[in-house]
Write a protein that binds this ligand. Structure first.
Ligand code: PAN
Ligand code: ZN
Length: 186
């Protein structure tokens, strides 16, 4: 049987799901240990706890093989010189993922234990992310970056493994003359 709850409507004008099953936001206070410049983090938090990104999910029943569809909206901005990014995670189980960028200008960082790679990720980019890579998106533009992700209901999120490995060592920062970005490695 095809259930009505298995359908959602995607609003192409506002680039958002009309019937998400879950929505959450990640704020600066949730992400403070991931930025290089702790004094800038604290200065901003004194003033306001910024929302860095919002995730709308459409999650079907947890049946083997089913797929989750989600839309991430990542705000433009920096903490100190470092551009806003999604936290980034490995999948707990051996499932790949597809990211489709709908709007904005960003970079996709992929890492495993030994290597990190940086790819352009902007409106129109489609990236197939192999199951063994942790993945993070950085917004290097001056507008909201929006992307769709599609992944297996059994993929699972492993944020701890990234932290245990010391995090992403690739940092995307504003270049000194403020024109464009620079890639720095810790
Ligand atoms: C995405 C991410 C989403 C938020 O749907 O979960 O963009 O990023 P973090 O989960 O790293 O905070 C995805 O990769 N799902 O597997
Ligand atoms: Zn993922």
């Amino acid at each position: 049987m095809i259930l009505e709850k298995d359908f959602s409507f995607f609003d192409w004008e506002y680039l958002q799901l009309e019937k998400p099953t879950d929505i959450y936001v990640k704020k600066l206070s949730d992400m403070k240990e991931h930025f290089i410049d702790n004094s800038s983090v604290l200065k901003i938090l004194d003033f306001a706890d910024l929302v860095l990104y919002k995730v709308e999910k459409f999650e079907p029943e947890k049946r083997k093989g089913n797929l989750i569809f989600s839309v991430t909206s990542l705000y433009p901005g920096t903490v100190g010189r470092e551009y806003f990014f999604t936290q980034g995670h490995y999948h707990q189980n051996d499932f790949a993922e597809i990211y489709i960028c709908l709007k904005g200008k960003g970079l996709l960082l992929l890492k495993d234990k030994n290597n990190e790679q940086v790819y352009n990720f902007e409106k129109g980019s489609i990236s197939h992310i192999n199951s063994n890579f942790a993945h993070r998106v950085v917004n290097i533009g001056d507008e909201m970056l929006k992307f769709i992700s599609v992944y297996n209901v059994d993929a699972g999120f492993d944020y701890e493994k990234v932290i245990k490995e010391g995090g992403f060592s690739t940092k995307i920062v504003k270049s000194e003359n403020s024109k464009g970005y620079k890639i720095e490695t810790l």
